[in-house]
Design a protein around this ligand. Sequence first.
Ligand SMILES: [Zn+2]
Length: 325
Amino acid sequence: MPSRRDFLRAAAALAATQLLPLVPAQAQVPPKHPGQAPGFFRLQVGDVEVTALYDGAGLIRPEILHGAPPDRLAALMEDAGLDPKVGEPTAINAFLLNTGRNLILVDAGGGTALGPRAGLLPANLRASGYEPGQVDTVLLTHLHPDHVLGLTGPDGMPLFPNAVARPATAEADYWLNDERLASAPEQRKRSLLALRALAEAYSGLGKWKPFGPGEIPAEGLTAEPLPGHTPGHCGFRARSQGQGLLLFGDVIHSTAVQFALPEATIDYDTDQAKAKAARLALLARLARESTLVAGAHLPFPGLGRVRARGAGYAWLPTPYSAQRA
Ligand SMILES: [Zn+2]
């Protein structure tokens, strides 16, 4: 009796002689769908609903990382499946916190000012079920363009007109002073002027309100200074029902390199020694306490935990899970 394999072999041979495909083409194949899933991801931290929002992506080349020989940096990128000649794609994430009393956005993305690599935040915020006008507070981990320029639209008007925009006072004082502007090189001058324009746009509405040391930046959240990347760089900690989340801004830029080699710094750090010290101290604590973390440049959605591994750390991303009400 012919086996199933004999039958398949005979069918294949027949198809080959008749030049017929084994699986006939459908009369009409549906068109392809080039779009991607909306860039939001949601989880619950106690009573706080946390929505990660994708704003765009940049690229980190190993040449802008420091603190180890170039071949070591390249090897870490290769270990992560990356081509060091191309670099590491790095997400720009922001996070929306619905505490039940406030709708708080942590960082605002790069807006349209950074070209095609950023500016998706408003569309992803809407896809997640909210409107920009519903946000009442925007907390800023620091005032680099990829975190702050999304506060205004292409017309220079506030995109979150009902929100108070809040960087740390140390951060606002550093970037928004006249001497810094006067002494800045041309390229830097342009970004300082853009920052000044958006601070003025929110000030005009009475909504530019830097927070001082020890001040509560929003109800239910505390600020945690992490100076080094910038002088006023800080994280924000949310706690609810015994659960916690630390939104740590730019403590990590390169997931491939800086967990395994936390002493590695990046060109974007204002003070590389301080940034390194802040990262080393924080990663040790996060691993010890198994804190849930939200990172601005970790692979989207940028949520997960840190674990000690070897002389460094490993990143354990939160897996996807469907929300069930
Ligand atoms: Zn950044």
